[in-house]
Design a binder for this molecule. Structure first.
Ligand code: MLT
Length: 380
């Protein structure tokens, strides 16, 4: 039996891939081969020797210590796109909530319970909740991955103009999202032209605090900012000052950090609901469990965030995989295995991954030679 540990509740659709006769999925496995995680923080997690893979049911991986996992030979997967529609729908909701004060208005209407003149008070009181339309306005989309692309299409369909930024995109790739999308490789273009800005980038050292006093200074007066990506992308001190001065009209965040909760009626805090739909939870569970299974059983890597992508149909009776920071070529592996083998090699940064298919199991010495400088060697 393969032991899989769940660090969070994950949809039972994992069992569409993880046969219960082969995989024992539990919350308390002490020496799992794989981990399924949603938002549990893994930075202090003590990596057990049997662990080969962690699959995150979601896109962001800032709750997982990637360098530490790589050095322990653990492949980390995420599920790009699996919850993108759910996040897109919340972003559209957030854009609309940033315009008319629907939440304030609903509370006001509720406060009129039992009042004989409620209808009259509704009509006289509603002007406090007035707000603009999104139609015809410019939306700046920061990050054009799976979520940014869907947000772009939805916003265009609602009559917005969209300017999109993504450092990893070409004009051609951006146009494949929509011919109507204005693409830029200069983030300042987004800040300068957008009436609304929505963030869709991962949180890392480069993106931390990307919305700060300097970027806000470039923005249009009265800009509305939506953050369904990660709280740390926004410098809270800067956004609070900009809301206070009126430079930023509204900030809607799906990440209610203590500094922004209940401090301003110009901030709408949503309790991290971006991926919280049954559909997204099912999609993420199916994708994460498929990634785990294929890696555990076949050593194939798809959608890893720390290791090279490499998927090969099995060709021999035995498969040997090597994850290493050593510069390992096909010939090196052949020499070390001392046997005829079909070999595939992929690299990502300083990590090399090798899949070798052999007709028979390699001898112990050959495996020892391979393992000498490797992060992880597996025989499958
Ligand atoms: C994500 O990174 O995709 C979301 O934060 C997932 C989640 O809500 O668990």
């Amino acid at each position: 039996m393969y032991e899989i540990k769940k660090l969070n509740a994950i949809s039972d659709l994992i069992y569409t891939n993880l046969d219960k006769n082969v995989y024992n999925v539990s919350d308390d496995a002490t020496d799992p081969i794989g981990i399924l995680v949603r938002s549990a923080a893994m930075h202090e997690y003590e990596i057990n020797p049997s662990l080969v893979a962690v699959a995150r049911a979601g896109a962001g991986v800032n709750n997982i210590p990637l360098p530490k996992m790589t050095d322990a030979g653990v492949v980390v997967f995420n599920t790009p796109g699996a919850n993108a529609n759910a996040v897109k729908e919340l972003v559209i909701c957030a854009l609309l909530l940033s315009c008319r004060d629907v939440l304030g208005g609903v509370a006001f209407a509720g406060s009129l319970k039992g009042k004989e003149d409620a209808a009259k008070q509704v009509e006289s009181g509603k002007k406090a909740f007035i707000g603009p339309e999104i139609f015809g306005k410019t939306l700046g989309v920061v990050g054009l991955g799976a979520i940014g692309a869907l947000v772009t299409k939805a916003a265009l369909a609602l009559g917005m103009k969209v300017i999109g930024y993504d450092p990893f995109f070409t004009e051609e790739k951006a146009k494949s999202i929509s011919e109507e999308l204005t693409f830029t490789k200069d983030l300042d273009d987004v800040f300068k032209t957008a009436d609304f800005i929505t963030l869709h980038v991962p949180f890392n050292d480069e993106t931390k605090g990307m919305i700060n006093a300097s970027s806000i200074a470039l923005m249009k007066d009265g800009v509305r900012i939506v953050n369904c990506a990660r709280g740390e992308l926004v410098d809270n001190t800067a956004i609070l000052a900009a809301l206070e001065s009126g430079k930023v009209k509204k900030y809607v965040t799906d990440f209610p950090m203590p500094a922004v909760i209940g401090v301003s009626d110009k901030i709408i805090t949503i309790p991290h609901l971006g991926a919280s739909t049954p559909e997204a939870e099912d999609n993420c569970a199916v994708m994460a469990s498929a990634e785990l299974k294929d890696y555990i059983e076949n050593g194939n890597i798809k959608n890893s965030v720390n290791c090279p992508a490499l998927s090969v149909a099995r060709k021999g009776a035995v498969r040997v995989t090597v994850l290493t920071k050593e510069a390992l070529s096909e010939d090196d592996v052949k020499a070390k295995l001392g046997a005829a083998a079909e070999i595939a090699v992929a690299k990502r940064g300083d990590v090399t991954y090798v899949i070798a298919d052999l007709d028979k199991a390699p001898n112990e010495d050959a495996l020892k030679a391979l393992a000498a400088n490797a992060l992880k060697v597996r025989v499958l």
